[in-house]
Design a protein around this ligand. Sequence first.
Ligand SMILES: [Zn+2]
Length: 416
Amino acid sequence: MSALSPKITQLFSQIDDQQNDMLAELITWCNINTGSTNFEGLSQLSKVLCAKLSEFGEAEFVELPDRVVVNDKGQEVSFPSPPIIRLSKEQESKPSVLLVGHYDTVYEKDHSFQVCTDLGNGLINGPGVADLKGGLSVMFKALECLRENGLIDEIGIEILLNPDEEIGSPCSGAYLVERAKYHDVGLIFEPSLPDGTLVGERKGSGNFTVRVNGKSAHAGRDIEAGRNALVHLVTLFNEINALHGQKEGLTVNIASIQGGGALNVVPDLAVGRFNCRIESNDDIEWLEERLASLIAGHDSVEGYQVALFGGITRRPKPLTKANQNLQNFITETGSLLGIDVAYRATGGVCDGNNLSQSGLPNVDTLGVRGGDIHSINEYMVIDSLAERTKFVALILMRMAKGEFDFIRDSEKLKEA
Ligand SMILES: [Zn+2]
């Protein structure tokens, strides 16, 4: 493709001029706490974002199932989930793109990190500036640009903004997997690395909780009558930990153990949590069988009950033919703007894994450039707001103009 048209060049210089406004708006979003379990904060921002999306069409809230967790006392408790914000602009017989971003952050309501600070040198520090609220700003402005260029009706668009990505999308994941079946391409607005490198392949991941019930007894008078739940869990965890590395790329992280109290009491309850990551879809069944058999072995010991909760919720995102095709197109599009695009594999997971599960090719790091995410040092490179907006806008324009050869790894479903 030749150089950018005068029309696009003009639109892009407008984006440069609007970067300060984008930043000001982004700061207002980041200063609203949206830790994944802060229902009020998430609800507050969801209304702001829904109003913003309504500029492009009829935005709606999609209600989600409750979030169920096993607490440290081993009880299953449920919490209401804030909604997905959705906008759907179908264009019959035209290709369609699914745009996804999350509006939760890892910083909970009582976290010390609550507001944005200008760091100078073109950097801003703040909760969610990079992960991922900066990406939402990019997504919206790129759509505006597509509209200004008269192309917004030339391609089907569905936008989903979910409230629980940072805790593994327990409520929204199934909906994302389902919607991914109806599109040709997915674009997700997680931050790229500070130098602009995008993420290619991703491992799969699952969070698990184990509850062990034993029997309490006096440690002095009657220790033999007790069944020590903590010791039983530790023994089990040693065996689970030994699965680490048994398959290429399989990792096990034993993350926490809760239980016990007074020194003279045999603990009758222990709750432990661990995370597993896998490289290949073929290993999911293997892992699940191993875990089930280890749990069953420990459950069958007299005096104990052992229960496992959770599972692999994000499948690996391999570099399929369709993903490679999309990556190549995005690299080519970057070069038109003087952006060198590189890809790197990671063990980290995101909603790109969920879209891949339905065979939808996707690039999931099209948000702003930033770093130190999930820490109080999280920052965004301010100029990347305009830079990535132009990048995404050009990707969408070229797709709308038929310059991309859409292929999927599995057949796209038609809306009923
Ligand atoms: Zn994120």
